[in-house]
Design a protein around this ligand. Structure first.
Ligand code: PLP
Length: 235
């Protein structure tokens, strides 16, 4: 089952991340590649695992549940997609981080389910930096208020910000949005809000992760560049 070339793709992506980090004078240890495995079968995830990947990103609760028991227990599962409040309870004991918090209602439910599961769940606030109508996430203007409210909830730890930049064929188009997310995290850090850190920026996908790394990404979420195109009809 080596026909997928997943191992080669991972090496290529890691090489590109290294180059971008070097160019920006960043320490590679502060950057983690998340393999976005949504719609992909378990044997492909296994291949990525065997190539050294331990961080996987999924955007559907059902898919995390299906894959979770079939793969090694040291995998860190990242919930990166829009999360419905009524589904938090299924993954509260399974995910290492939820990247997509964009409402107080969702933050409160994660808090409640984290307490039930006896743990603290690190979360990121999703920001719609480019103000796209089709995208989830809070506006830049509303971000600090949500951070402040979420900071007061037990069982969750606001650890940074996440964004899904616009689709583009020129990654340079998105530099401004990655830079804005970084700036927003710097602004919020300067407010010294208790019980939060803005240490993590989750940004950059297959089309633009090198630029995201140059602009300060700590978590990059790469799907197609590792596993190939997604076929939603089959997946
Ligand atoms: C699908 C997805 C990705 C990965 O996208 P690619 O372009 O395939 O790398 C990253 N982040 C989120 C939130 C996604 O839903």
């Amino acid at each position: 089952m080596n026909s997928y070339m997943i191992k080669d793709n991972i090496k290529q992506v890691n090489d590109n991340i290294s180059k971008a980090a070097l160019k920006a004078g960043r320490d590679l240890k502060t950057i983690t590649l998340i393999a976005v495995s949504k719609t992909k079968p378990v044997d492909m995830l296994k291949e990525a695992y065997d190539a050294g990947v331990r961080d996987f990103g999924e955007n559907k609760v059902q898919e995390i549940l299906e894959k979770y028991d079939k793969l090694p227990g040291d995998i860190r599962w990242h919930m990166i997609g829009h999360l419905q409040t009524n589904k938090v309870k299924y993954i509260a004991d399974k995910v290492c981080m939820i990247h997509s918090v964009d409402s107080l209602k969702l933050a409160k439910e994660i808090s409640k389910q984290a307490i039930k599961a006896g743990r603290t769940i690190p979360v990121l606030i999703e920001v719609n930096v480019a103000d796209e109508e089709s995208k989830f996430g809070v506006s830049i203007e509303d971000c600090e208020a949500l951070v402040r409210e979420a900071a007061m909830l037990p069982g969750i730890k606001v650890s940074g910000l996440m964004t899904v930049a616009p689709y583009t064929t020129d990654p340079e188009d998105n530099r401004i949005y990655f830079n804005r997310l970084k700036q927003l995290s710097v602004d919020i850090t300067s407010k010294n809000i208790d019980n939060i850190t803005m240490g993590v920026l989750s940004m950059g996908m297959t089309g633009d992760y090198e630029v995201a790394v140059e602009e300060g990404a700590g978590l990059v979420r790469v799907g197609t560049g590792i596993f190939g195109e997604r076929n939603y009809a089959i997946g």
